[in-house]
Ligand binder design. Structure first.
Ligand SMILES: Nc1ncnc2c1ncn2[C@@H]1O[C@H](COP(=O)(O)OP(=O)(O)OP(=O)(O)O)[C@@H](O)[C@H]1O
Ligand SMILES: [Mg+2]
Length: 479
């Protein structure tokens, strides 16, 4: 069953049961008061069909009735009748067709036409009449004068026209009210269900779109209520799903690119190895010098391939988190000093070291950290284009961590290339076979290692002036 239908049914149910309960309660009250179920019917009649009299009217009417029965002649005595009259209560005495007495405020002519005729049985004694646009409730008693002429006495009271109308139309009015009630419920149902069902419908369509793989849209929530929150949750789900799909696509792209880069980087030295080997086979290297040159070239190319495969292997192990790390507390000042001392650098490169004046500890894997330093310093050397070659390593203490900065005065990196240098296989100069050629894995490996240490790595550079590679390491406990 649809929610719309359920709402409707629940509203109809509420109306139905409230009416039943109201009627039962009314019935019970009347029953408790009168102790008789039938009296309910007579109560209605008394209340609405036989117009009720006020106590004054009742007593005046009874007195007049008594007079009519015992001493009807007295009814023709104007003074006698006038003594009965009270404010708001008018009396009329009729003998035959002639009005013998009528309270002064009443118009005799109109009375003649409006008052009901004589009725021997005295059954319809109470009703309402309209005279000169005014409603009167009356009570009547018909009798015979001693001279056998028909006589009637009327006690009239002005009734509010609204009261009379309401009395007259009570059953219709209550029916109308019921219809109005049902209509209001219907309208309320429409608006309530619209405010719930419409957004749910939107959500359903959105979910269907997501299911069919379309994630390029936004689910807007128009309200703050539960439905709005549901919309928000769906939107969150959609955007996360989209992100993860994008990442998946990116991974797939990367995988393809990686495969093509590896093939390319392995193919190049392999082609030259094959070329030189064919030369040897075909007897092109026909002198011992030529042979020596060919063999050593093959050897160098094979070594290149070997180190590339090593780099690739390390990178993929780091990527898969399969490379074990042996963390220990390392005093960074001594560590860097030792590293630089053992570093073999070409003549003509000046190495500067700026350390801290107090021991500082980090939790690090000595070998892996060495690899980071080596990869960064290799680049400094490789991309150096000045006569006066300077590489400086400086250590900075920050609140949370330590920063190692390695700066060179080499050729620098174009700002467009800067954001990508830590990506695998990325090389600022795209020709992969240049003199400075490498695989583009050096900084990617350094980044993997630093991230595994819980730090960050970044670069700043100015073309023509030099490059700074910085990385942070978390402080360890001083010991
Ligand atoms: N100190 C530097 N000065 C100028 N350019 C640099 C420097 N360090 C890195 N680069 C640029 O960043 C790119 C990526 O460096 P990365 O070390 O990852 O690769 P590579 O040096 O080309 O190859 P590999 O290190 O694997 O032999 C380099 O190709 C180079 O263009
Ligand atoms: Mg490098």
């Amino acid at each position: 069953m649809s929610i719309k239908m359920r709402f409707l049914l629940s509203y109809v149910g509420v109306i139905f049961f409230s009416i039943i309960l109201l009627l039962t309660a009314g019935f019970l009250i009347i029953f408790a008061i009168t102790g008789d179920a039938k009296s309910i019917e007579s109560l209605y009649k008394k209340t609405y069909v036989q117009k009720p009299l006020t106590t004054e009217e009742e007593s005046i009417f009874l007195d007049l009735k008594l007079l009519a029965k015992n001493n009807a002649k007295q009814l023709l005595n104007e003074n006698e009748i006038r003594s009965f009259e009270q404010e708001d209560i008018q009396i009329v005495v009729r003998k035959g067709m002639k009005i013998e007495y009528a309270s002064p405020s009443l118009d005799r002519q109109v009375l003649d036409q409006s008052l009901p005729r004589f009725e021997k049985t005295n059954i319809n004694t109470r009703d309402t009449i309209k005279m000169n646009n005014t409603f009167f409730t009356y009570v009547k008693f018909d009798f015979y004068f001693p001279d056998k002429k028909e006589g009637s006495i009327f006690v009239l009271r002005k009734a509010s026209s609204y009261t009379e109308l309401i009395r007259e139309f009570f059953p219709i009015l209550s029916g109308l009210l019921l219809i109005l009630f049902i209509m209001i419920i219907g309208i309320v149902n429409y608006f309530v269900s619209r405010s719930i069902i419409k957004p749910l419908d939107h959500l359903k369509k959105a979910a269907e779109k997501i299911a069919s793989g379309d994630l390029d849209f936004a689910i807007k929530s128009t309200s703050q209520d539960e439905i709005g929150q549901l919309n928000g949750a769906f939107e969150e789900m959609r955007s996360r799903l989209k992100k993860s799909v994008n990442i998946q696509i990116q991974y797939e792209e990367n995988r393809k690119e990686l495969l093509s880069n590896i093939s390319h980087d392995l193919k190049t030295p392999m082609t030259s190895i094959i070329g030189y080997m064919e030369g040897i086979k075909d007897g092109v290297a026909n002198t011992p010098e030529k042979m020596e040159k060919y063999v050593s070239t093959v050897y160098v190319k094979a070594k290149d391939m070997d180190s590339l495969i090593d780099e690739l292997f390390l990178f993929s192990k780091l990527d898969l988190k399969k490379e074990p790390f042996h963390f220990e507390m390392v005093e960074l000042n001594t560590y860097l000093e030792d590293y630089v001392e053992k570093l073999y650098l070409d003549q003509g490169i000046r190495m500067e070291l700026h350390l801290l004046y107090h021991p500082i500890y980090v939790r690090a894997d000595r070998e892996k950290l060495k690899r980071v330093l080596a990869n960064v310093i290799n680049n400094c050397v490789k991309y150096m284009d000045k006569d006066e070659k300077i590489i400086s390593i400086s250590l900075h203490e920050r609140i949370e961590d330590l920063m190692v900065q390695i700066t060179d005065n080499g050729k620098g990196i174009e700002s467009v290339a800067l954001p990508f240098i830590f990506e695998r296989f990325y090389r600022a100069e795209q020709s992969r076979n240049s003199q400075t050629g490498g695989s583009g894995l050096g900084l990617a490996i350094a980044k993997q290692i630093i991230v595994e240490h819980g730090g960050e790595i970044w670069a700043t550079s100015e073309v023509g002036k030099g490059t700074s590679i910085c990385f942070s390491l978390r402080k360890g406990d001083n010991r």
